[in-house]
Design a protein around this ligand. Structure first.
Ligand SMILES: Nc1ncnc2c1ncn2[C@@H]1O[C@H](COP(=O)(O)OP(=O)(O)OP(=O)(O)O)[C@@H](O)[C@H]1O
Length: 642
């Protein structure tokens, strides 16, 4: 965490003279960073090597706390991207102006990002769309429509259409009867360019990119990382947390960033928001943070992703530094912070709840990526041949994606932008890598002149189980709770839904079965005592046969329970007894002597078992006390007595 070197000591820094690598001027070490910022602004041509001296940012950053893998990823992506704002561009250079208002943004420094030339295009191979409205334009279909259509047969793939065209070209000559009805088929000659433009068959794109270019862009880093926005303008959705009228937004605008815990499901943008905050703040490991604070009046933002993975004593180490304001902590977690974050730390942080991204936001995020990649979106309601209007002059094929594939991706991603973008990346890459077509008639393989990403491709690109259900996280508890409550409410459809959602998401069937055993006594109880037998049988059945066969056993039991009469009589009475015991003051009352067993003579002599009335010996009900003296007359089934 600590950084050693003359710059840590202000007196040594004053004595220690260094030379500016840009203008060669000598100066005290303490002034070099702020000098560099000014100097670099005045000498942009020299920007390429601003940090060659002993005080380069990356060297200083070596002393910082080791960034997690995610933090490294974050820095890499930010380093790759074009600076979104002048601030970001300036901050990539060095320490910035002296005082509060200037300076290296913390993200650049603590994420160990390599210095980049101001104004340089930082993603030469990845044209990120910077439009303020990256959403899909001109789409005639809402995602709901696409979802409804999701089950419908997808149009014949372009590859098939092309294979057929090829077959026709090799001499068959028969007209393709299917071609007229098949939305996947285009006859290039039959389409007039102007009519096509008007029809909007293919949504316009600034630059048509060829398959090979797109494939190269998609290789390497995950698409989600490449697409991570740098500014709040590009941060889609989450208006409740960071919308115009929110407190957090005002604090961010006034650069008053409190310590934060960002809580939300995977892929909803926690890391991204932290990255944007760090990027846009004028804030700058603990010793270094103290120096920054005392000498330069700059604060340090410490971003801890997955803060719930730190144990309580590890979290404790942040406390004093957050307390005295040396660091502004931003923690991100998918788990409920009330359980996973140290109470003391939590009380010093503001909790920001981020939500699953809605489908519309997902579509916008996906479209931003699709536009950046230069992929055309194909309006499936207008089956015209986009190829004839493509401005792609390369010999490589153009790449298209069905609009309903985008909608489906947005739906199935279940609010997780990372899953959506990675699904898109996989689908495109898989299609591009298998784009050679075999022509049955000619017996040859050839490359098609267009590649279409279909709805089926994106479905394959998604790993459904991961998306629908997070077995290890809070979703696990949320879903079992929803199942329990649906059965209690006798809603058999809802009960089945929650059961299926868990099982399809990969939940352990025995976990569900154990809950059913509990439900049988807790909620049905003596209203239908055979419920317990059913539950235990379902548990054993699951144990014997496992998934997927055991799902129907659980379904049967769940429906039985939803329909069964309910009684919490025993459950409540037992709770009353427990409360009585817990609330009892002083020593517990002794077991009445007449109820005690007397296996020895001594015990008999002491009065054990004396006066006990053995019930089978009586034909009438026996008048006998079974509770301790002081609880005489208590009915735990009627009310809690203690
Ligand atoms: N609100 C958003 N606007 C635009 N892009 C987003 C948004 N949220 C997420 N993304 C995209 O999804 C990717 C993953 O998001 P991020 O890493 O911020 O998720 P997270 O909530 O931190 O997830 P996890 O809990 O799994 O770490 C980002 O790189 C970005 O491309």
């Amino acid at each position: 965490m600590e950084v050693s070197g003359p710059e840590d000591d202000p007196f040594l820094s004053q004595l220690h003279q260094v030379q500016c690598p840009v203008c060669q001027q000598m100066m005290p070490a303490a002034h070099i960073n702020s000098h560099l910022d000014r100097c670099l602004l005045l000498n942009p041509a020299s920007n390429a090597e601003p940090a060659a001296g002993p005080h380069r940012v990356s060297e200083r950053a070596k002393g910082l706390s080791p960034p997690s893998a995610k933090r490294r990823r974050l820095s890499e992506s930010s380093a790759l991207k074009q600076p979104a704002t002048p601030t970001a561009a300036e901050s990539s250079e060095g320490e910035g102006e002296e005082g509060d208002d200037g300076g290296e943004t913390e993200s650049r420094e603590s994420y160990d990002a390599p210095p980049t030339p101001s104004g340089a295009r930082l993603i030469p191979d990845f044209p990120v769309a910077r439009s303020s409205s990256p959403g899909r334009k001109g789409s005639g279909k809402r995602p709901a429509a696409a979802a409804a259509a999701a089950g419908s047969a997808s149009p014949r793939s372009w590859d098939e259409a092309e294979a057929q065209e090829e077959e026709e070209a090799v001499g068959d000559g028969d007209a393709d009867a299917d071609g007229e009805d098949d939305p996947g088929h285009w006859d290039a000659d039959a389409v007039d360019a102007a009519a096509f433009e008007a029809s909007g068959g293919v949504r316009p794109h600034a630059r048509v990119l060829a398959a090979e270019e797109i494939r190269q862009m998609l290789e390497g880093k995950p698409l989600a990382d490449k697409m991570r926005p740098d500014t709040l303008q590009d941060y889609i959705g989450q208006s409740r947390a960071v919308g115009q009228e929110t407190l957090l937004r005002s604090l961010l605008e006034t650069n008053e960033i409190p310590s934060l815990i960002l809580w939300g499901p995977p892929g909803c943008g926690k890391t991204t928001l932290a990255h944007i905050i760090a990027n846009n703040s004028k804030k700058h490991s603990i010793k270094q943070a103290q120096n920054e604070k005392s000498f330069f009046k700059r604060k340090t933002i410490l971003f801890i992703d997955e803060i719930h993975r730190f144990n309580k004593s590890q979290q404790d180490t942040f406390l004093p530094h957050v307390e005295c304001g040396t660091i502004t902590l931003i923690g991100a977690t998918t788990e409920n912070p009330s359980f996973q974050v140290n109470a003391a730390l939590l009380s010093r942080c503001r909790v920001i709840v981020l939500e699953k991204l809605p489908v519309e936001a997902m579509v916008t995020i996906l479209m931003r990526a699709i536009n950046s990649l230069g992929i055309h979106v194909l309006d499936s309601s207008r089956p015209t041949d986009p190829l004839s209007h493509s401005s792609n002059s390369s010999s490589e094929p153009s790449v298209f994606i069905e609009d309903k594939a985008v909608d489906t991706l947005a739906y199935l991603s279940d609010g997780d932008a990372r899953a959506g973008l990675n699904g898109l990346q996989l689908a495109v890459l898989a299609r591009l890598c298998s784009r050679k077509i075999f022509c049955k008639k000619s017996g040859q393989t050839y490359s098609p002149s267009r590649v279409l990403i279909s709805e089926n491709d994106v479905k394959e690109g998604l790993q459904k189980s991961h998306i629908l259900y997070d077995r290890a996280g809070e979703e696990h508890y949320n879903c079992i709770s929803a199942l329990h409550k649906s059965m209690r409410g006798s809603d058999q459809s809802a009960s089945l839904y929650w059961l299926a959602r868990m099982l399809e998401g990969g939940e352990d069937p025995l976990y569900v079965a154990r809950r059913l055993v509990r439900f049988a006594s807790e909620d049905i109880g003596l209203a239908d005592p055979s419920a317990l037998t059913q539950a235990v049988a379902a548990y054993q059945g699951c144990h014997f046969i496992g998934m997927p066969e055991c799902e129907v056993l659980l379904a049967q039991c769940v429906v039985y329970f939803a329909r069964a009469p309910k009684s919490i009589e025993v459950y409540s009475a037992y709770n009353n007894v427990k409360a009585c015991l817990r609330n009892h003051q002083g020593p517990l009352p002794p077991v009445p002597l007449h109820l005690r067993n007397a296996p020895t003579r001594l015990m008999k002599d002491l009065g054990y078992g004396k006066g006990y009335k053995y019930n089978p010996m009586y034909s009438e009900p026996v008048d006998q006390e079974y509770l301790p003296e002081e609880l005489r007359g208590v009915d735990f089934f009627k009310q809690r007595r203690c």
